[in-house]
Design a protein around this ligand. Sequence first.
Ligand code: AMP
Ligand code: GLY
Length: 430
Amino acid sequence: MKILVVGNGGREHALLWKLRRDAPHAELFVTGGNGGTDGLAQSVPLAAAEMQALAGWAEQNGIDLTIIGPEAPLAEGIADHLTNHGLRVFGPGKDAARIESSKAFAKTLMAKYGIPTADFRVFESLGEAEAHVRGLGGPVVVKASGLAAGKGVVVCDTAEEAAAALRDTMAGGAFGAAGEQVVVEERMTGEELSVFALTDGENVIAMLPAQDHKRVGEGETGPNTGGMGAYAPVSPATPALMEQVERDILRPTVAAMAREGHPFRGLLYAGLMLTPTGPRVVEFNCRFGDPETQVVLPLLRSSLLEPMLAIARGESIAGMTLEWHPGAAVTTVLASGGYPGDYATGLPIHLPPEVEGMDDVVVFHAGTRREADGALVTSGGRVMAVTALAPTVAQAAARSRAAAESIEFQGRLLRRDIGWREAAREGTHA
Ligand code: AMP
Ligand code: GLY
C-alpha cells in the first residue's frame, strides 16, 4: 500500500509514525517533510498548495490513500481535487471544511441545530460591531471569521479592549481577508477539551480526549499560539461526559452537515469548554489538532489506518472501535524564540542521540530541516514536540520536560508546566 501524508509539521510526523506501526510494509510519502520524517517517509518535492500537481503525482504513482494534515489545503479544496482524480482521500471537501474555515458558518450551523455553543453575532461592519460590544459592556471574545493560524481570537475583559480588537481585526488588516467578517461571542468559562472524532459522514468514533496549552507562557499567560503542549487523558472527561459530548455535540453536528448537503468525512475536531452548564463548543476544526495528535496517537493501541481507509473509501465505520493503552502521554513543544511573533530560522539544533533512544519518549519534528551536510536546523515557529508516556500525567510531564530540556538551540522556548491541571488533580487523589 502507498500512503501520502500532506503537510510537514509535528502532527504529520505523528501520523506517519502511527501509520508506520499500523502498516510496517506500506510505502509512505510526505509533501516536503521535515528533519524527522526522513527515516519514515519519502519526501515528495511538492507543497500542499500545488493541488493540481499533487493530484497528478498521486495518480501517476498509484497512491492508495492520501491523508491531509493541515486546514489550509482542505479549505482550498484539495480533497475535492484529489477525489476528482479518482484518489482516496482522508479529509473533508471544501464545503465541509467550512466548519473550520468560516467561524460564521460554524456558529450559524450550531445555532440552527441547537448544538451548545457561546451566544454570538456575526458582523461585517466595524461600526455595528463596536456599537454591539459597547452595548454588551462586559467581557466578550472577538474572532476573525476566516483562518488565522489560531491567532485570530482575542479574549477581552472590557468593551474598550473588544473595540480595540475589532479595529485591529477589521480595519487594521491584522488577519487580511480572514478578518473582514468577525464573530463577537459571549465569553465562556471552564476548562477546555480537544475531542477528535473519526467520521464517515454518519457514524462517529470519538478518540481519547486531550487538553492543549494554547498560551505561550507558563500559567496560561501571554498571547495564543498554535499550541505549546498537550496531555491525555483528561480526568474531567469521564465516560458519562463523553457520552454527553457524542449525543449532544458530535452526532448532531455530523448529522447537521449531512442534512445541509455537505457531509463531513474525515476527522472532526471539537474544541470544547466544560462550562458550569455542560460542555459547549468553542470551535470546530476539520483536521487533527497539533500538538494534541502527538499525545493521542501514541496512546492508540489499535489501528488508525483501518478506520481512515474505510472513511476514505466511502465505507461505513459503524461497529468499529478503538483501543487505548492505559497510562498517560504528555508532549512539550520546543518553539523558536519570539514565537508566536517573529523568530529566526536556520539555527543549529543539538539533539542528543540518547533522547531519541529513550524508552517511552518520541521526538516529533515540526519546524526542522536537514542541511546538505546532514546538520539539523530550525525552520519554523514550533520546532519539535517531545512526547513521553508514563503511568500518570505528572510522570509523563516530568519525562517530557526533561527530554525537551536536553534538546538545545539558540532562543529555545518551552513551557515547563504542561499538564499542570491534571498533575494537580492526581496530587489530590494520590
Ligand atoms: P479558537 O481559535 O476559536 O479555538 O479560540 C482560541 C482560544 O480562545 C480558545 O482555545 C479559548 O481559550 C479562547 N476562546 C475562544 N472562544 C471563547 C469563548 N467564547 N469564551 C472564552 N474563551 C474563548
Ligand atoms: N492545538 C490547536 C489546533 O490544532 O488547532
